[in-house]
Design a binder for this molecule. Structure first.
Ligand code: 13P
Length: 249
């Protein structure tokens, strides 16, 4: 039985004051829940989050990382730095990183490896654009994004990773994949991994992301291969995020 995970991706939102108020509510609200909960704030707030969440039931992570371990890479942050700030998770290959910052499958695979080398749990984000879905390419695109990791790191790497299926057309748009649409893609990802290792596939947590709200979370999380959510906008509103965590509980 896979334990559900609800992770909040704050993207480029927050302030010291807002974070403190939000985290106080989340910390109290998820205490004792049976699912795993995490938040991914912008880098500068990781120290604050570490201070406020240490010893709680809420884990935290970063939204990206460098594939390099150290050196002359202005503006970049290494996996070891994230570990120093107590991160458990790190997102890799979020569609905004792929679309706005040109991250390729190869770059995402290198980041995934760098995360695992440091002991972080990479949350590999995959998903198709609207044009790709309309062209019937959803399965191909997602399989290619997953293959990039399997080819580079091997299937065993998936035993200590999380996958997040986030259809690009559902992110921040208020459009959600229907539970059937999401379940179909999740099942395909699991089958792809199972073709290489059945046990790893059984244990792999596959999250859904894209306009998850309190109103749709329970139905999504009720599907066989949907093991929780990666939450954007609703992760910034304590009541909404807590309601989504409860739906996963
Ligand atoms: P929204 O929940 O705002 O659609 O964002 C999803 C997302 O991109 C999480 O990584």
């Amino acid at each position: 039985m896979r334990k559900k995970l609800v992770a909040g991706n704050w993207k480029m939102h927050g302030s010291l004051q807002q974070n403190a108020a939000l985290l106080e509510r989340i910390r109290a609200g998820v205490s004792g829940l049976a699912c795993d909960v995490a938040v991914c704030p912008p880098y500068p707030y990781l120290g604050q989050v570490q201070g406020l969440l240490s010893g709680s039931d809420v884990a935290w992570g970063a939204q990206s990382l460098s594939e390099h371990s150290a050196g002359a890479f202005t503006g970049e942050v290494s996996a070891a730095m994230l570990v120093e700030f107590g991160c458990r998770y790190v997102l890799v290959g979020h569609s905004e990183r792929r679309a706005l910052y040109g991250e390729t499958d190869v770059a995402v695979a290198a980041k995934f490896e760098a995360a695992q080398r440091a002991g972080l749990v990479p949350v590999l984000c995959v998903g198709e654009t609207l044009a790709e879905r309309e062209a019937g390419l959803t399965g191909d695109v997602v399989a290619r994004q997953v293959s990039a990791i399997l080819d580079c790191s091997g299937v065993v790497a998936m035993a200590s990773a999380v996958v997040a299926y986030e259809p690009v057309w559902a992110i921040g748009t208020g459009l959600t994949a229907s539970p059937e649409q999401a379940q179909a893609v999740h099942a395909a990802i699991r089958a792809q991994v199972a073709a290489m290792d059945v046990e790893v596939a059984k244990g792999l947590r596959i999250l859904y992301g894209g306009s998850v709200k309190p109103q749709n979370a329970k139905e999504l999380f009720g599907r066989a291969d949907i093991d929780g959510g990666l939450i954007g906008g609703a992760a910034l509103v304590a009541d909404d995020f807590l309601a989504i965590c409860l739906a996963a509980n």
